[in-house]
Design a protein around this ligand. Structure first.
Ligand code: C2E
Ligand code: MG
Ligand code: MG
Length: 604
């Protein structure tokens, strides 16, 4: 199949599992072990079996040595005489069946005993087959062939994925295990590249599971093709990179074992080579007359300091893969141990967050928003704080992304809105009737179908006039799906709520989009304010944002004002409001109240 070509129906395309030639090969390569106290019997049988195409034999006459020889030789089939001095065949059979590693070994029992009870006992003990002596060599050869073929089929089912025909996770784990013990490993390094097809479930949902299977099959074919040609893709690893095994590790996950040459460091090789491979893999697949686009995330881990077992190796690659998925670009990540501790902390955070609200661990602090001309507080931004007994004080920069990815932000955000609105009513009553409260809202909340209704209900319940509430959304969030967000924001605007674009300047807003958004305010990101070091500073970006905002009839808030010179500068540029440590850090509601009352007292 060439790249991008339609995958044929997997069922028709897969090779028959065992062809005749394959059976012959199987017979020739199978190791047959015979245990019989009469060497002549074994010699005769061996002659017959050799004529039938069997090629490897091990004979044991002393039954006391049978078990140790089985363990060291690992035969494919055991032909076992029952009547032997010292250790009987039945004893050997029972020991084989109770040994974890040997219990699957096919055992054909050969005996001159006509006693039906012995036969039943042998079968009860787990004999695979039973043949009376004198043995008909032709019959034995056929019975053995059937046993070997059935066993090979079982093995195949056990070790190969039936959809893609690739080795499965079990086979892969055993291979890595073997590789870890091999001396070849001391001459190089082994890395696992774990490929995941992102959002594969939505491919299944959109096209149906049969087409989903076609995509998986086509992807597996492409992987093999790409790795066959991997050496040609980059000049860096002409002889050094040998893909060892490509396996389907489950679902839409594929693993590739790669061996690196002596003294070769995998990081630079992978960084040069992997983006090219990913590029090839992500070319569209043509399935059922249409192009299907896939995106992949790749995690890379190496056997070594951080991974001593197969499980370590796969888990590390999964951790790196999930990390790559979160980062979106460049689509792959090399495992590092701090990724693991970060993932563990995120998991602990996720668990602790479930009970954070009921346990009263979340609070709001308020940072003044100040009128640049008068220097008076005219509002606040509500900022969330989480204090957990185990995790300590967690920064919103760390926990908001976890809350967003788990969906918990919806409940948390609802609580924030409600608490902030109630507090705003108090501030307006006690200090400043024109006070406005700004609340950060995550895009996950905005996407809730009933979000504007919740806001409306909260306003009514708290009796806060809608114009006293400002909703902050970051620039990156709203630019993600412009049309949908314009609709959502319009609904909020209709309630009378103000909309402010947070962290402005860090995204890629185009002017034409910005014009269409129903917004009231831009908040210049702190990173631009930090560049202002003197009142005469040019700070071209701040200047450009202020003039752009004013052209669009939006007000401007400067975030992160820490120095007087920064305030002087933004005043000169005509910014309406500011926030920052110069006025106050975010403080508790009671401290905030005190700040406002002090101000009023000074003015009086
Ligand atoms: P943001 O909305 O841009 O909030 C401003 C951040 O800058 C706050 O950090 C604030 O403490 C900090 N800041 C204010 N003035 C200064 C200054 O002069 N210097 C410096 N260095 N920093 C200043 P915080 O409270 O850690 O919040 C970080 C971010 O977490 C917020 O950025 C916001 O995106 C998010 N966040 C906070 N609370 C909530 C919430 O209730 N809901 C949602 N969805 N996000 C929230
Ligand atoms: Mg904000
Ligand atoms: Mg901000």
């Amino acid at each position: 199949m060439s790249m991008g070509e339609s995958p044929k129906k997997p069922v028709d395309e897969r090779p028959a599992i065992l062809m005749d030639a394959q059976t012959r090969k199987l017979m020739a390569s199978s190791k047959i072990m015979m245990v019989d106290d009469e060497p002549i019997n074994m010699r005769v049988l061996q002659l017959h079996l050799t004529a039938q195409g069997y090629g490897r034999f091990v004979s044991v006459t002393d039954s006391r040595l049978a078990m140790s020889t089985i363990r060291s030789e690992r035969p494919s089939v055991l032909l076992l005489d029952l009547n032997m001095p010292d250790v009987s065949g039945l004893e050997i059979l029972s020991e084989v069946r109770s040994d974890e590693e040997l219990k699957q070994l096919p055992v054909i029992v050969l005996t001159s005993s006509n006693d039906p009870e012995t036969k039943v006992e042998a079968l009860q003990l787990g004999a695979t087959d039973f043949l009376p002596k004198p043995v008909d060599a032709n019959e034995l050869a056929l019975r053995m062939k059937n046993t070997i073929v059935a066993r090979a089929y079982e093995q195949r089912l056990m070790h190969f994925d039936s959809l893609t025909n690739l080795p499965n996770r079990l086979y892969f784990s055993r291979l890595v295990h073997k590789l870890m013990k091999s001396p070849a490993l001391t001459n190089g390094r082994v890395a696992l590249l774990l490929f995941n097809i992102n959002r594969f479930k939505s491919i299944n949902d959109t096209f149906g599971s049969e087409q989903g299977d076609d995509v998986l099959w086509a992807f597996s074919q492409r992987m093999q093709l790409v790795f066959d040609h991997a050496q040609g893709i980059s000049p860096l690893q002409k002889e050094t990179l040998k893909p060892h095994c490509i396996a389907r590790l489950g679902g839409a996950r594929f693993g590739v074992l790669v061996q690196f040459g002596v003294g070769q460091c995998e990081a630079p090789v992978i960084q040069e080579w992997l983006p090219l491979l990913i590029g090839e893999l992500e070319k569209p697949f043509f399935v059922e007359q249409q192009d299907v686009y896939v995106s992949t995330s790749v995690g890379v881990s190496a056997l070594g300091e951080n991974a001593h077992t197969v499980e370590n190796l796969i888990n590390n690659a999964e951790t790196a893969m999930r990390y790559a998925k979160e980062q979106q670009s460049p689509g792959y990540a090399l495992y590092s141990s701090d990724m693991m501790s970060r993932a563990r902390r995120a998991l602990r955070m996720e668990n602790a967050m479930r009970t954070a609200l009921v346990n009263d661990e979340m609070t709001l602090v308020y940072q003044p928003k100040v009128d640049v001309r008068t220097g008076m507080i005219n509002g606040a931004e509500a900022l969330l704080r989480w204090n957990n007994p185990d995790l300590g004080l967690v920064s919103p920069v760390d926990f908001i992304p976890v809350a967003e990815s788990t969906g918990m932000i919806v409940a948390i955000g609802h609580w924030v809105l409600e608490a902030a609105c109630r507090q705003a009513v108090i501030f307006r009553k006690e200090c400043n009737p024109a006070f406005k409260m700004a609340v950060n809202v995550s895009i996950r909340q905005l996407y809730e179908a009933s979000f504007h209704q919740s806001v409306d209900e909260i306003l009514k319940r708290s009796a806060l006039p809608s114009e006293a509430l400002i909703i902050e959304l970051t620039e990156n969030m709203i630019m993600d799906d412009v049309e949908a967000n314009i609709g959502k924001l319009s609904l909020l605007r209709e309630l009378g709520v103000g909309i402010s674009v947070d962290d402005f300047g860090t995204g890629y807003s185009s002017l034409s989009y910005l014009q269409r958004f129903p917004i009231d305010q831009l908040k210049i990101d702190r990173s631009f304010i930090m560049e202002i070091e003197s009142a005469d500073e040019k700070a071209p970006i701040v200047k450009a944002i202020v003039s752009l905002a004013h052209d669009l009839e939006l007000s401007v808030v400067a975030e992160g004002i820490e120095e007087q010179v920064q305030l002087d500068h933004i005043r000169k540029l005509g910014c309406e409001e500011y926030q920052g440590y110069l006025k106050s850090r975010p403080v508790s509601a009671s401290d905030f109240m005190q700040l406002m009352l002090d101000e009023l007292r000074k003015c009086a």
